[in-house]
Write a protein that binds this ligand. Structure first.
Ligand code: GP9
Length: 412
C-alpha cells in the first residue's frame, strides 16, 4: 500500500510538471553552468556597508537575470552534500546523516544523468579532496563524465581551505572551454567556508567598519571576495565565447553556522525578531542568467533547492514529468496556489504562512507565522500544509532508504 501511495503522489506531481507552457524548450541545447556558493546567504545581497556594495558583481548580474529573493536552502546534517542532493536529485536530504555517504549505491535520476540522456557532457568541479562527503564515489554513480578535484588544479592562489574561488572558477572555465558542447558543469565553491578568516589581498578587502576583527566581519569579507570571483568567471565565460550559449545558475548551499542576530540586524538597518532571523538563516539567493538575458527580474514566489531541476529541465526542452522529482517549476505560475517549500527541519511555507516546528515535534506546539506581518497566527491554518509537508519528507526518505527510483519508473 505504501508503494501505491508513493506512486500516486509522484503521478499527481508529475502531471503538474508536464505543463510548462510556452517556455518549454526556449533554451534547448544551451550549456548549463551551476555554481553552488559555500555558506552564501541572501540577506547581504544588494546591501552596502560604509557606502560600498557587498555584492557588486551579483548586483550587476541581477540586471539581466532572474533573481529569486524568497529562496530557501533545504539542507540537513549533510550540509554542502545535502544542497548538492536537493539541487541535482530534487529529493529531500535525510533526517540524519548524508545521502552521499549512506546511499551512494542507489539508482537515482540526477541532473547530470538526465542531461547526459539528452546528449550533454557533464562534469563536476571542486578543488578539494575528492573523498570528502564521499563525492568521488557519488559522482561516478550520478553519471558525471569527470570529477575535477584539487589534483587537477594549479594551486596558484592558496586561500582558506584550498584554492581561492577566483582561480578555481577561472581554471574551471578553462576546462569547460575544452569540453564538447552542450555541457552541464556543476561547481562547488569553498572560499566562504567557516571560519571565514581569509588572508585576502588589500584590493579584495571590504571596509567592514565596526565589524572589523569579528567573525561576522570576516564572513562579509569572504562573500565579497566570492562575489568578485563570480564576476571574474562571467568575464572568462565571455572571453571563451561561452556566455551567449550558457545558462548560469548561482545559489547558496546553506547558512553560515553563526548566531549573529544583532550584527545582521545592524547591517539590515532594523532590529530582527526571532522569526526574522529564522527567515534569514533559511534563505539563500538563487540567480539564473539565461543566454539572451530573458525573463530578467526579481521573483518573490517562495522556492527551494529541490526546485532547480523542475525549473531548468523544461527550459532546456526536457520533460521533467518523466522523472521522479519532488520540487516545483518556479516559472510555472499555475502552481503558485498549491506550491509548498518544505525544509528538512519540518518547517514549510506556502508563500502566505511559514510554519516553524516545535522542539517536541507535535503540530500544535509549532508556530504558524503570517508572512505579511511576521506575527504568529492560528496554527490550525497550517494543518493541511503540515500534513502535506510531513508526507513529502516521509516519501522522500522512503524513496532513498529503499532505493525506489527504478520501481517508480516502471508501471505497477
Ligand atoms: C568541502 C566542503 C565542505 O568539500 O564542501 O562543506 P560543508 O558541508 O562543511 O559546508
Amino acid at each position: 500500500p505504501r508503494m501505491d501511495e508513493i506512486r500516486d503522489w509522484f503521478a499527481a506531481s508529475q502531471h503538474a510538471r508536464s505543463d510548462s507552457g510556452e517556455l518549454f524548450g526556449r533554451y534547448t541545447g544551451s550549456n548549463v553552468v551551476t555554481v553552488q556558493g559555500e555558506a552564501f546567504m541572501n540577506f547581504f545581497v544588494g546591501k552596502q556597508i560604509n557606502g560600498q556594495p557587498i555584492t557588486p558583481n551579483l548586483d550587476a548580474l541581477r540586471g539581466d537575470s532572474l533573481y529569486f529573493d524568497n529562496f530557501y536552502h533545504q539542507t540537513g546534517q549533510g550540509r554542502t552534500s545535502d544542497a548538492d542532493l536537493a539541487a541535482n536529485f530534487s529529493l529531500h536530504p535525510l533526517p540524519s546523516g548524508s545521502v552521499f555517504i549512506r546511499y551512494a549505491d542507489n539508482a537515482f535520476d540526477t541532473m547530470p544523468s538526465v542531461l547526459k540522456e539528452h546528449g550533454y557532457a557533464a562534469n563536476v568541479y571542486h578543488a578539494y579532496d575528492g573523498s570528502f562527503w564521499n563525492r568521488s564515489r557519488m559522482y561516478r554513480e550520478m553519471g558525471y563524465d569527470r570529477f575535477y578535484t584539487e589534483k587537477e588544479y594549479e594551486i596558484d592562489e592558496p586561500l582558506g581551505w584550498s584554492l581561492g574561488d577566483r582561480s578555481f572558477f577561472d581554471q574551471s572555465v578553462g576546462f569547460m572551454a575544452d569540453t564538447p558542447q552542450p555541457f552541464y558543469s556543476f561547481l562547488i565553491g569553498l572560499s566562504s567556508h567557516h571560519p571565514y578568516n581569509l588572508a585576502l589581498q588589500d584590493t579584495d578587502k571590504l571596509d567592514v567598519g565596526d565589524y572589523a576583527g569579528t567573525t561576522f566581519g570576516d564572513y562579509l569579507q569572504s562573500v565579497h571576495y566570492v562575489d568578485s570571483a563570480l564576476g571574474g568567471m562571467v568575464e572568462r565565460l565571455k572571453r571563451e565565447g561561452l556566455w551567449d550559449n550558457t545558462v548560469l545558475v548561482f545559489y547558496g548551499d546553506h547558512d553560515y553556522s553563526l548566531d549573529e542576530r544583532e550584527a545582521a540586524g545592524k547591517l539590515m538597518g532594523r532590529e530582527l525578531s526571532e522569526f526574522d532571523y529564522e527567515q534569514i538563516m533559511g534563505q539563500v539567493p538563487l540567480l539564473i542568467h539565461l543566454p539572451d538575458g530573458g525573463l530578467a527580474g526579481t521573483y518573490d514566489q517562495p522556492g527551494g533547492q529541490l526546485d532547480l531541476m523542475p525549473t531548468l529541465l523544461p527550459l532546456l526542452g526536457i520533460d521533467a514529468g518523466d522523472y521522479a522529482l519532488m520540487g516545483n517549476d518556479l516559472l510555472d505560475r499555475s502552481t503558485d496556489d498549491h506550491r509548498l517549500v518544505v525544509l528538512r527541519s519540518g518547517a514549510f511555507t506556502d508563500g502566505r504562512l511559514y510554519y516553524s516546528p516545535s522542539a517536541d515535534g507535535t503540530f500544535e506546539n509549532g508556530t504558524a507565522y503570517d508572512l505579511k506581518t511576521g506575527q504568529p497566527t492560528d496554527v490550525e491554518q497550517a494543518r493541511t500544509g503540515y500534513e502535506e509537508a510531513s508526507k513529502r519528507l516521509g516519501i522522500s526518505d522512503d524513496v532513498i532508504a529503499h532505493d525506489l527510483i527504478p520501481a517508480l519508473k516502471t508501471s505497477p
